[in-house]
Structures are given as structure tokens and as C-alpha cells.
Design a protein around this ligand. Structure first.
Ligand code: URP
Ligand code: ZN
Ligand code: ZN
Length: 470
């Protein structure tokens, strides 16, 4: 028996186990795990390396329209390239339905942008902004059957927010079809009320973005989303949770037996609202929603990971260039934080940050790192066991990690379309030194070696719901 590749001499880590073992790869799949596997066309020496499932980032935004004159910094080519540099092998960006558009029209557009442009594998979540009878009654059920098995709904943002009635109607379809529902939980009216008052008082600098979206705005919406999902009896994922109060809403729901899951992101572990409070417009670099909070909130988000209130750790990569009139320095954004595009880059830094701050500093163990960074994403969003683990029969999606390498994060290591990283200068220990997608090396030793034709679109199964998530 011979292989295309054998990864030899490394330590394999899954969400459950850590073991010394070689990995035999044939036709893009893991064909054998063991010792003395015999011959291969290529041998990859993994001595002193961790052999991890490639990261799955189930929350990224590429090429999404973001308001008049604003252009997202990453399309599919640069976004998936940056993902690969960060040890990711699959990403799940969003397909945004614009008002008046059908979901099929939106998907056609995003597929045309993604086809032939991806360095890693890709699947789409559908953002439902216009839940018409046609969308709810016909399109969504058919699309879920076609493998688009997750939706995101917004409780805030002009043009995106759904009313409670619309949330309920969409949740009911998620329940009937078996789709996974992601919720952006912030109270739109409260944000508008606070924003108007701040502007009237002349408080328009980027730091007031955080003041306009305080914790109760997120806590209330989280509570409401959970209550609405309870009425419909549908599993939900509360995305980008930033603080203890929202986390405690999720924890309480879980303790009551509700199928409510949570996601947190690097910005809520590493940044605070002080980052928004800088000279001139520098603070705009950190404007995202929900906003970063304070040190106590960071601690709460770590607890949410340690106590498994959160199932996934995603980047919410939503990149805008800083020094660019189509990005953070858009002319209108200089007049008020209201117009600064929301979102920060992070697809390449998500895993090094969780590894260094989490595993190396002893906050989480290595198996939990794999669960939060890959396995749980695959399970929750219908990609498991093809993706998210190292097992015979799974895709050979692998990241080799040097667990001791010390790296100072600099934007030139990120390879995205933005012109900054919010984590510039952060020192991390542990770095992905090789990324392989379905048996093909995409990034090796800081060099892109894979083409953008390799990444493929992944139709997904219906997620099992929260019942099977650890
Ligand atoms: O500020 C953020 N998070 N922008 C991305 C869009 C979203 O809500 O996920
Ligand atoms: Zn969101
Ligand atoms: Zn997002």
C-alpha cells in the first residue's frame, strides 16, 4: 500500500485525543493513521510539530456590500489566501441577500465571485434580510435541501435588521427545514436612540461607537433571541458574544435545556473599548459590532470558552482598509462614528491568538483548541466528519504547527487585502508552518504555494443541532 503523502513523526491532535502517529494521504483523503506506513510519493517531516485539523472559520465576510462608497478589503482570493496563512483550510463566508433580491440571485452572485478564486474550501451561510413569503415558503426550503444549511439573521443594522415577527417566521423555517440559525444580537432601536443623542451632543469620534452599543444593548437582544427561539423550539447560535451578561444569558438557556450555542472571537479576548479611543481617526481601526468591552469582559469570554458555554471561536473577519476613502477613513466616517464601516480583519490571526493566549498560557487545553477552531464548526454547520478532524476517510485538511515558534504579529504576515492588523506587535508563541487542503500544500514556511483554483465549494448536510456539541 503506498500513499501520495505521508506526514511522518508528528503529534496528531484531535478534539478528543493527542497521539504520536503518521498520517497517510491518498487522493486528498486521510487513508491511514499509524506507524511504519511504508512508501509515499512525498514525505513531510513533522518532527516536533503538531498535526492538527486545518482550521475552520465559520464566520468571515468577503466581498460583501457595506454601504455607499465603502468597499470590503477582501474578495475571495485575498480572503482565502489570508485564511490559509493562518492555518485554515475551510471558511464559511456569508451570502448577503439585498432587499428585493431573491436568495438564488444573491447566491449566483457570490458563487460567481468565489468560483476559481479560493485557496481553501468554502461554504456559504445565507443572510436573510427580506423574508418574503417566496423566500420563506419556497426558496429557503429548497436551498437547505441543496446544501445551504445555515442562515444568519440580524437584529440591528439599517437594511438588515428583522422585526421580531420576521425573526420568528425565519426561525420557524429553520426549524422546519433543519437549518442552523445564527443570530446577530443587538437592539437596533436602542442603538439608534443612543447614536442620535451622542451625535446631538457632538460626540462623534470613533470611541463613541462603543458608547452607542453598551452591554445592555447586546444582553437584551441575546435574551430576546433566545426567548423567540424557545417559542419556536429551534436551535440557534448567538454569534460574536462580547461580554459576561450576554454569555450568562446563553449559559442560563443551556442550563434550562434549550439548544442555544454561542460563539466568541479574538477581538473580545484581546481588545477593549480603549482601543477605539485614540488620536484622530486611529480608533476606527477597531470599530466592530458588538464593540470590544473591557478586561472583565475578556475574562468572561475566556470563561465562556473554558466552561464550554461557547462552542466555536471564529474571527468575524470583516476587513476594511484603514487609510482609504473606501474604508475606515471614508469621508462620512470622519463626521460621525455612525458611518465608520463596522468590522475588523482577523482570519489569519484567529488561530495563533487562541493557541498562544489559550493553550500556551494554560487557559485551555490542546484538544479544546482543536474543538473551538475546527471540529465544532464542522459539527455545527454540517461538514463533519468530512472536515474538522483527523480520521481515516476525512479530507486531508491539515495544519502543521510549530508550537514553540515565537512570532511578532505584523501586517506583512497576514496576506489579506487590508492595510493593518488590529494585533500589530502582539507576540505569540505557536504558529502554523504548513497548511494542506485536501492533500495539497497551500502554504509552506510563510510562502503561498497553492493556486486559487484549488479551493472548492462545499455543499453541506443538515446540522445535527446542538444535541451533539460538547
Ligand atoms: O462589526 C462587525 N462584526 N461586522 C461584521 C458584520 C457582522 O455583524 O458580523
Ligand atoms: Zn454580526
Ligand atoms: Zn460577522
Amino acid at each position: 500500500m503506498s500513499f501520495d503523502i505521508i506526514i511522518r513523526g508528528g503529534t496528531v491532535v484531535t478534539a478528543a485525543d493527542t497521539f504520536a502517529c503518521d498520517v497517510g494521504i491518498r487522493d486528498g483523503k486521510i487513508a491511514a493513521l499509524g506507524h511504519d506506513l511504508g512508501d509515499a510519493t512525498a514525505i513531510i517531516d513533522a518532527t516536533d510539530r503538531l498535526v492538527l485539523p486545518g482550521g475552520i472559520d465559520s464566520h468571515v465576510h468577503f466581498a460583501q456590500p457595506s454601504g455607499d462608497g465603502i468597499v470590503m478589503a477582501d474578495g475571495f482570493a485575498s480572503g482565502t489566501r489570508s485564511a490559509a496563512f493562518g492555518g485554515n483550510t475551510t471558511v464559511l463566508p456569508f451570502c448577503l441577500q439585498e432587499k428585493g433580491q431573491t436568495l438564488r440571485e444573491a447566491l449566483k452572485h457570490y458563487h460567481s465571485l468565489a468560483d476559481g478564486e479560493c485557496h481553501v474550501d468554502v461554504a456559504f451561510h445565507l443572510i436573510v434580510t427580506d423574508p418574503t413569503e417566496h423566500v420563506l415558503g419556497q426558496e429557503l426550503p429548497a436551498l437547505v435541501e441543496d446544501g445551504y444549511t445555515s442562515l444568519k439573521v440580524f437584529m440591528t443594522y439599517e437594511g438588515l435588521a428583522l422585526s421580531d415577527r420576521e425573526l420568528l417566521e425565519t426561525m420557524a423555517v429553520a426549524r422546519e427545514t433543519g437549518a442552523m440559525l445564527m443570530v446577530h444580537a443587538e437592539n437596533f432601536d436602542a442603538i439608534r436612540f443612543l447614536t442620535d443623542r451622542l451625535e446631538r451632543a457632538g460626540n462623534t469620534a470613533p470611541r463613541f461607537h462603543a458608547t452607542s452599543r453598551p452591554i445592555p444593548v447586546e444582553r437584551e437582544a441575546t435574551h430576546r433571541a433566545i426567548s423567540l427561539s424557545e417559542l419556536v423550539d429551534v436551535p440557534i447560535m448567538i454569534v460574536h458574544v462580547s461580554n459576561r451578561e450576554a454569555m450568562d444569558e446563553i449559559r442560563r438557556a443551556q442550563q434550562r435545556g434549550l439548544r442555544v450555542m454561542g460563539e466568541t472571537c479574538p477581538q473580545y479576548l484581546m481588545l477593549t473599548e480603549k482601543d477605539l479611543d485614540q488620536l484622530n481617526m486611529e480608533g476606527a481601526k477597531y470599530v466592530c459590532s458588538p464593540p470590544p468591552r473591557d478586561i472583565a469582559s475578556q475574562q468572561a469570554c475566556w470563561e465562556g470558552l473554558q466552561q464550554k458555554v461557547f462552542s466555536v471561536f471564529s474571527s468575524d473577519h470583516c476587513p476594511f482598509r484603514y487609510d482609504d476613502p473606501q474604508g475606515k477613513l471614508a469621508p462620512k466616517g470622519r463626521t460621525s462614528f455612525r458611518w465608520v464601516p463596522n468590522g475588523i480583519p482577523g482570519v489569519a490571526t484567529r488561530l495563533p491568538i487562541l493557541f498562544s493566549e489559550g493553550v500556551v498560557k494554560g487557559r485551555i487545553d490542546l484538544n479544546s483548541f482543536v474543538a473551538f477552531s475546527a471540529t465544532n464548526h464542522a459539527k455545527i454547520y454540517g461538514l463533519y466528519p468530512r472536515k474538522g478532524t483527523i480520521a481515516v476517510g476525512s479530507d486531508a485538511d491539515i495544519a502543521l504547527w510549530d508550537p514553540k515558534r515565537k512570532v511578532t504579529i505584523r501586517h506583512e504576515l497576514i496576506h489579506d487585502g487590508a492595510d493593518y492588523t488590529p494585533y500589530e506587535g502582539l507576540e505569540v508563541t505557536g504558529w502554523p508552518v504548513l497548511t494542506m487542503v485536501r492533500g495539497k500544500v497551500v502554504v509552506e514556511d510563510g510562502t503561498l504555494v497553492g493556486g486559487k483554483e484549488h479551493g472548492t465549494y462545499l455543499p453541506r448536510s443538515k446540522p445535527p443541532g446542538a444535541a451533539t456539541i460538547p
